[in-house]
Write a protein that binds this ligand. Structure first.
Ligand SMILES: C[S@@+](CC[C@H](N)C(=O)[O-])C[C@H]1O[C@@H](n2cnc3c(N)ncnc32)[C@H](O)[C@@H]1O
Length: 296
């Protein structure tokens, strides 16, 4: 692998990118009918490419054996550049220097396009610049595709406040259910803080956890004061519902998430689409796209 190669995800990554690509095509076509300034913002943009290792295949009656091979596929930034009608502006962010350099190279290969590449933590970059008067006349789709629990609730809140940005968010459900251990007592302070930072509240402690039956009378006071007895009774589906409910507190519409990988139980990610524009027209449009795209 050369240094800027970016090998990540599995087969579900193809599905994730196919869903987002379908949305971007529909979105760009619909929005360009009335809006002159339609943007794409990729806050965890990677390099524009994806290195995929395709396993060796044994031969059978119909096919010859094939050795392992390495393929280069398009990453989200390249997919967004290729959308037709084209986005009027593209903003790519990444924290990693090699990825930033690869994105600059991608930008330089498209001198006719308005592409901005930013290096840094997506939360800091978004929170520092997203408040802007121009959102009244500009619409955007933002893709939040972190490896793990990097997206802060405050970032989502500020995106929602623009009332102009649709967000595709690959929510790290496995990250959450692993950090939110079955036994509340096993969650240390740093895990507790990272869950709260991602969900924007500590109400998850009540919503996802409950006490294990009534304690004996003589232990009542001790048990109430202790976390020993609290267990997460919420399963993965309930946790996902809770996340959707949280997102709905700040976004006027959140489409039902798509589980990724789709055939894996429990799923590792939930791909959410949240709409920040409260107008019934914008919501109806996003719901229509969602129905068409998420249901195949
Ligand atoms: C899953 S990859 C994104 C893949 C990309 N969407 C694609 O399809 O090619 C996550 C990216 O986020 C970057 N990253 C990790 N933490 C970040 C942060 N706090 N802010 C911005 N970028 C970050 C990583 O360097 C990596 O390139």
């Amino acid at each position: 692998m050369v240094k800027a190669d970016h090998e990540f995800g599995g087969q579900h990554t193809d599905i994730k990118l196919a869903i987002v690509e379908r949305y971007l095509k529909r979105y760009s076509a619909a929005l360009h009918t009335w809006c002159d300034s339609v943007w794409y913002i990729d806050a965890f943009a990677g390099t524009g490419k994806r290195t995929v290792r395709v396993e060796a295949r044994a031969g059978d009656l119909f096919e010859r054996p094939a050795p392992e091979r390495v393929e280069q596929r398009r990453g989200s930034a390249q997919i967004a550049i290729d959308i037709d009608p084209p986005f009027d502006r593209l903003v790519f962010m990444d924290a990693k220097r090699k990825h930033f350099e690869a994105l600059c190279h991608l930008r330089d290969q498209h001198p006719d396009r308005d592409i901005t590449v930013l290096r840094g933590d997506a939360n800091t970059l978004i929170q520092g610049a997203i408040r802007w008067d121009g959102w009244k006349k500009t619409r955007a789709v933002m893709f939040l595709d972190p490896y793990g629990m990097e997206v802060e609730w405050k970032t989502l809140q500020m995106i929602a406040e623009t009332k102009a940005i649709d967000v595709w968010y690959l929510f790290p459900l496995a990250g959450l259910y692993r950090q939110a251990a079955r036994s509340f007592a096993k969650i240390d302070n740093s895990k507790e803080a990272s869950i709260t930072r991602m969900l924007g509240t500590d109400s998850w402690k009540q919503e996802l956890y409950s006490s294990l039956g009534p304690p004996p009378l003589e232990d009542l006071l001790g048990a109430l004061e202790s976390d020993e007895e609290r267990q997460r009774n919420a399963d993965v589906a309930t946790i996902e519902k809770y996340v959707q409910k949280r997102l709905k507190t700040i976004f006027p519409e959140v489409l039902d998430p798509y589980p990724l990988p789709p055939a894996e139980k429990p799923q590792r990610f939930s791909l959410f689409c949240a709409i920040s524009n409260p107008s019934p027209k914008a919501i109806a449009l996003a719901q229509q796209f969602g129905r068409d795209i998420l249901k195949g």
